[in-house]
Design a protein around this ligand. Structure first.
Ligand SMILES: [Zn+2]
Length: 509
């Protein structure tokens, strides 16, 4: 049970000066790609107004924190520094320390603060820190002291830790997957933190870890059983005295001692009520554990099914889930499509070399390329294709509609469109980008709904974009660092016992 003594000396209606900052990273510890300082810079280390320019109008958590400065009376939100990474392998220890050092310097130099708002993911790993988010919170708490309330928002895929909850005042978690409520949950966090800073509420937090990781295909919050579980979370959030109620699903591809689900309750002053609600939600999840696991189609089975239709059909490359740390260049499905002679195929593939070759050849040229499978040996071999360069572009596009995570501006890097036989279209990119926006295709002159099979590198995230334009969605258990049946991956640090690895286990929160 965790509570902080908040200064409360601020006049109840006085102006609050609130810092916002963060590092948003989901680490796939099975991935061979890591992040060093250059990787952070490439993702964008944004300072001050740069944060507003990039995220001010977005539906992201940082967008919600910035909106708090406009929507909550007498609250000034000051953006300090923020970096949002595409999920990949862990951050190098020195790069993490340097970035967090900037966060702490900014907090020190621009103090005093009435509160701090942190936009974190909750599944970051950096150097030897398997709980990098907890480490950020620990250092920030040490810097601002015990009396300044700290609010934090986490992604639904957070592996929440005791450290995160102990060092924060209020924790809120996205409640939707695809994540379309990031801004809303951050704004809710900011509102609670403003109330806490004014002494109007006394947040106490309870965390119950649930020794379970749901299958990635069972993580849609609009589908059962999560639909009813999230409805129960909402109901708890409306109980008297409850300030916030959340459930984190955990991130299966971060092999850490904190892997797993968790329930989190923020209560106004009553630790035992917080604990009781958190335990109740944990029990509810546990009762549904059988429905949080599923069997999947093999690559062959999935490609055959995709070929049959009905079309257009969205085929999910689960093992190369870019939003979960996949390398974006797996060729398992492409290989299957060529082998099964599937017509009307569309997919992206990360391959800067081949993009450069297309650019050199020029639009209209015929090219023979060895594409994909270049990051590591886990995602299929390099595949030979012959086709015509249809288009070459800078890969930048915008999507103002609600997308997964609320992102608006996208950058796939230099991009080439290659048209191959049987009306196959390959979109080759120079950056690893999840397929979360139809505009990724439309900006290149491709209408996704005119294609027969769209192979997307993701599981849940592509559905917000592609779901409305396809007639069927099929998932393939393709090998890779985000394999659907993750019990086939080799874990070294995960907790034991943990469902579904260990099925005969007792859990009674
Ligand atoms: Zn997520």
């Amino acid at each position: 049970m965790y509570r902080h003594t908040i200064r409360g000396s601020r006049a109840r209606g006085g102006q609050l000066r609130v810092a916002t900052l963060g590092l948003f990273h989901e680490a796939n510890t099975f991935s061979s790609t890591g992040v060093d300082w250059a990787g952070l810079e490439e993702a964008g280390i944004l300072r001050g107004n740069e944060v507003v320019d990039r995220f001010g109008e977005s539906g992201s958590a940082m967008g919600g924190f910035l909106a708090a400065g406009r929507e909550i009376p007498r609250v000034e939100v000051v953006p300090l520094v923020f970096c949002r990474l595409t999920p990949t392998g862990p951050i190098a220890g020195h790069a993490f320390d340097r970035f967090v050092g900037i966060m702490l310097d900014e907090l020190n130099e621009k103090r005093p603060w009435d509160a701090v708002l942190l936009a974190l993911h909750g599944a970051a790993v950096a150097g030897s820190a398997t709980d990098a988010d907890g480490e950020i919170l620990r250092r920030v708490r040490e810097t601002v002291g015990e009396s300044v309330p700290i609010g934090v928002t986490l992604d639904l895929h957070a592996n929440v830790t005791e450290e995160m909850i102990r060092r924060s005042t209020v924790t809120t978690v996205f409640r939707t997957n695809p994540h379309v409520d990031a801004r809303e949950r951050a704004l809710a966090c900011a509102e609670l933190i403003a109330s806490a800073a004014r002494g109007r509420v006394t947040p106490v937090q309870a965390l119950v870890k649930i020794p379970l990781v749901p299958h990635i295909l069972c993580q849609g919050t609009a589908d059962e059983p999560l639909r009813q579980i999230m409805a129960a979370v909402e109901a708890v959030a409306h109980q008297p005295g409850v300030l916030s109620a959340d459930l984190a699903l955990g991130f299966p591809y971060a092999d850490t001692p904190d892997l797993g689900m968790a329930s989190i309750i923020v209560h106004d002053g009553d630790p035992s009520a917080a604990q009781a609600h958190a335990s109740m939600l944990a029990r509810l999840v546990w009762e549904h554990r059988d429905k949080l696991w599923t069997e999947m189609l093999s690559v062959d089975g999935a490609v055959e099914t995709a070929k049959r239709g009905p079309h257009p059909l969205l085929l999910l490359d689960v093992g190369d889930n870019v939003g979960g740390g996949g390398p974006a260049d797996s060729t398992h499905l492409l290989d299957g499509a060529l082998g099964h002679r599937v017509a009307g195929w569309l997919q992206t593939l990360y391959d800067p070399e081949s993009v450069a070759a297309c650019a050199r050849a020029g639009v209209g040229s015929e090219v023979t390329l060895w594409v994909g499978g270049k990051t590591d040996g886990l995602h299929g071999g390099t595949v030979c294709i012959t086709g015509r360069v249809e288009r070459v572009g800078d890969g930048a596009f915008e999507d103002p509609t609600p997308t997964h995570g609320g992102q608006r501006f996208f950058d796939a890097g230099p991009t080439a469109v290659v048209g191959c036989e049987r009306d196959m279209i390959l979109v080759l990119t120079s950056r690893r980008l999840p397929n979360t926006s139809l505009n990724q295709m439309r900006s290149l002159g491709i209408e996704p709904d005119t294609r027969k099979v769209i192979a997307a590198k993701g599981v849940i995230a592509p559905r917000a974009a592609y779901g409305p334009v396809v007639r069927r969605i099929v998932a393939a258990d393709s090998p890779g660092v985000t394999r659907g049946d993750f019990t086939k991956l080799h874990y070294e640090r995960r907790p034991w016992p943990l469902y579904p690895f260990e099925r005969d286990m007792v859990f009674s929160p």
